[in-house]
Design a protein around this ligand. Structure first.
Ligand SMILES: [Zn+2]
Length: 191
């Protein structure tokens, strides 16, 4: 997944939650984005890797791409780190949760890639593919591009509705309207 698809996925999944729980904030969105981008610091060619050369080179040499940063152990470390920030530095819990959410959603997104990820590193190097080898994408493929277009369509819809806050009736109508926006976006893409 490219960083754009990762960001679109994280925003689509969490903006409604932030909106419904009244925890939407600039800090929360920044933390979400940072958490979403961070796992690929093990790849010097990635968006965050290019901006952290030196660190990303070292991470790549030590762990390899989709190594330890893409594991449950890493999620555990991130959770501990965020809990410490909340307890010691009074970082708002919602901001810390957004960071953890972004990090976890990155790994879930990668787990649907064709090769999947090895959740159980460093104990086991067996890779798991969340779509059971049936539902998958390869990074940069047409499938991923369509996924990005779909996610952006959903995102635009969500943001346009957020000022009114999502009511139950809106959520009920959402699948149909998302499908409609998706059709329109695909139409524009193929035009
Ligand atoms: Zn990744």
């Amino acid at each position: 997944m490219t960083y754009k698809t990762h960001l679109a996925l994280s925003l689509t999944a969490t903006l409604p939650v932030m909106s419904l729980t009244g925890t939407l904030s600039g800090g929360g969105i920044a933390a979400l984005a940072l958490g979403t981008l961070l796992p690929d610091i093990d790849e010097p060619g990635s968006w965050i890797g290019r901006r952290t050369r030196g660190i990303s080179d070292m991470m790549n040499r030590t762990f390899g791409h989709r190594g330890m940063t893409h594991s449950l152990v890493a999620v555990g470390v991130v959770v501990l780190l965020m809990v410490s920030l909340v307890l010691l530095l009074n970082v708002p819990a919602a901001v810390a949760a957004a960071f953890i959410g972004g990090y976890s959603l990155h790994l879930m997104g990668d787990s649907f890639s064709k090769s999947g990820i090895a959740w159980l590193q460093p104990f086991k190097n067996k890779k798991f593919q969340s779509g059971f080898g049936v539902v998958y994408y390869t990074t940069g493929s047409m499938v991923e591009k369509l996924l990005l277009v779909g996610l952006v369509a959903v995102l635009v819809y969500i943001v346009s509705r957020m000022e009114l806050s999502l009511s139950l009736a809106d959520i009920y109508r959402l699948p149909g309207e998302i499908w409609y926006s998706f059709g329109q976006a695909v139409g524009r893409l193929l035009d």
